[in-house]
Design a protein around this ligand. Sequence first.
Ligand code: SAM
Ligand code: SF4
Length: 473
Amino acid sequence: MTSLPKIDYSEGAFDFIDDRRLLSLLEGGEPELKQVREIVAKGLEKRPLSVEETAVLLRATEPASVEEIFLAARELKRQVYGNRIVLFAPLYIGSECVNDCQYCAFRAGNPAAVRRTLSKADLQSQVESLENKGHKRLILVFGEHPRYTADFIAEAVRTTYAVKSGHGEIRRVNINAAPLDRDGFRRVKAAGIGTYQIFQETYHHPTYAKMHPPSTRKGDFLYRLDGLDRAMEAGCDDVGIGALFGLYDWRYEVLGLVSHALHLQEKYGVGPHTISFPRLRPACGVEIKPRWQVADADFKKLIAILRLAVPYTGLICTARETPAMRRQVMAFGVSQIDAGSRIELGGYTEAGDAQIMEREQFSLGDIRPLDTVIRELLEDGYIPSFCTACYRLGRTGEHFMEFAIPGFIKRYCTPNALTTLMEYLVDYASPETRRAGERLIEMEMAKIEEAQRETLRQRLGEIKRDEQRDLYL
Ligand code: SAM
Ligand code: SF4
């Protein structure tokens, strides 16, 4: 008789999500404006909110209370993140999958899905195409399949970093893939990954069981929930959590996300680097009842509440959302977006502008080219940033949190964002975007401390004259 592989759990692993407790926190009706104000004030002091405090904000529906939440989120975003928006692109590596997640086109039970895994040459040409558009940060996405081992993922990371096209290079590779065991996390870490993202999808146990057949690997709620604890113990201290909104009550999922963030913070002294909150999208061969579909107004509210609850955690809004929605949520919460994204396998070189439903995991809401997205950001007064300095200087995890202090952004993040923007403008931008970018750089230079301004001006000049690339503080 062959024995089943022993399951690897983190030290003292336990299921810290108590459905009944979280649900009870959402009962109790409308909170008083005074109570909302007190919690919002705590958020504005950049102190993480407890699950109970977050629940109070989630229960608020009175316009006066909701208005306070949005105003505070906007202010906090400005203070912690400034006006930078970090840009990245997703790169789908393989659509083979042994799981049967009811919402996903890649699920094993979907006969219509096109199954494909990029070969090394395919991967190289996808990366080259992304570099030629100006991307510097990618997230590699995988289904869950015995082929996609830790070594396979690590090899894809190494291949990606090795592709250089002109001035183009990828400086940060993040991962969205199945949870690994600790040895697996060590292997992918050794390949130089940035953030390892695992979305719990839903923190509500009965919904989780409905969406993920218990016979599948992903059907094990605790193994997935514990995934990022194992990552931490293996030395990957840069992790991303997420929930798929639309499977269950959005307010409950926010409590799940905050519980997860606090758990990591308490156990390892480091919270998640990012939180993602994808909304369910139509997908080939997928039929989910719209009962828990999240309305636009609630979507915006959940982002504002997350902003206040976890002040130092980056919030990611992907191209599942429309350009108009993305534009709005950047003002009061979101700090990272993808741009110019294609999620069909091979889509950066093969599909042109058409979206091919059978090849995608789900359909996108924003398929504008990178240059268009950058131009819009510039016109709205944001600094599009490809900066990867913190990660490359070892300022991640605990250290990253240390640096997320007043003054750091002004001294480091803004100058680094400006040099990466200048690289983009010189190497890849359309003339119109370049003009908008140079205008914005001039405006930002006026805000830089005098002591730094001259050095920065020199560096920008070196990039412009094609003498230097990849300069950072
Ligand atoms: N297979 C890995 C896993 O399940 O963790 C990789 C993740 S999957 C390729 C990326 C994420 O896409 C999932 O975690 C899920 O949240 C999201 N997703 C799946 N189907 C979706 C849909 N129909 N609409 C929006 N997001 C979806
Ligand atoms: Fe597979 Fe991930 Fe899709 Fe689930 S969400 S079917 S694990 S690719």
